[in-house]
Design a protein around this ligand. Structure first.
Ligand code: HEC
Ligand code: HEC
Ligand code: HEC
Length: 128
């Protein structure tokens, strides 16, 4: 009886250990920015989400904060300083604003405004 159980026990233990090893290898997905999504999401056959986005106000959500109108909106809201830098504005106008630097790729830029990942989240298979 014992002789049969032991190899089975070791086999199960080995599989468990290997899964723990694999889980530790998996990196947390990071925000990589809309320009990286573009390479696969700009063809008409797939719906060209990139172009739809780039013509939408979402792609200008950050730059719009630099306008005179934005300054007035900020002043009316009692927010001092530049709207692009004031914490009260970018939280809705920028992808992953306030997320730790470790959650974003080095090349990630807030200039993209509300990018693909603001709604879809970082994509797991793209660990750039
Ligand atoms: C290497 C190519 C590639 C890149 C880069 C890429 N995708 Fe995709 N994506 C695909 C493919 C292939 C599909 C599935 C095919 C389809 O439905 O057209 C897909 C599907 C999707 C879907 C639909 C999933 C569903 O359940 O229908 C979303 C949302 C998406 N991608 C978002 C993103 C975002 C956001 C980024 C950038 C962070 C990104 N993708 C970058 C290739 C890519
Ligand atoms: C709670 C989320 C949120 C916050 C915080 C926020 N915005 Fe917005 N903002 C939006 C949304 C959503 C839109 C697009 C809908 C619209 O145009 O009303 C928008 C649109 C705008 C526009 C373009 C439309 C227009 O009215 O001209 C400006 C400019 C703007 N916001 C400035 C600001 C400024 C300045 C701040 C900080 C004081 C700010 N926003 C904070 C969500 C937010
Ligand atoms: C403001 C939020 C928002 C942004 C920004 C956004 N999406 Fe989406 N996306 C959605 C929603 C919601 C759906 C599902 C509803 C639908 O199919 O219309 C969707 C659907 C999709 C799909 C499924 C197929 C399709 O075309 O419906 C893909 C692929 C996709 N988005 C990719 C992208 C990419 C790539 C970007 C950036 C270039 C992007 N999305 C930006 C909200 C967003």
């Amino acid at each position: 009886m014992r002789k049969k159980i032991r190899p089975a026990f070791f086999a199960v233990a080995a599989v468990l250990l290997f899964s723990v090893f694999l889980a530790a290898q998996e990196k947390t997905p990071r925000f990589i920015g809309t320009e990286k999504c573009k390479m696969c999401h700009k063809s008409e056959s797939r719906g060209n989400q990139y172009e739809k986005w780039s013509f939408s106000p979402h792609s200008k959500a950050f730059t719009v904060l630099a306008t005179e109108h934005a300054l007035k909106v900020a002043q009316d809201a009692g927010i001092k300083g530049k709207p692009q830098e004031a914490a009260g504005c970018p939280k809705c106008h920028v992808t992953a604003y306030g997320a730790p630097a470790s959650a974003k790729a080095e090349f990630f830029s807030q200039d993209e405004g509300v990018g693909c990942e603001a709604c879809h989240g970082p994509v797991r298979f793209l660990n750039l």
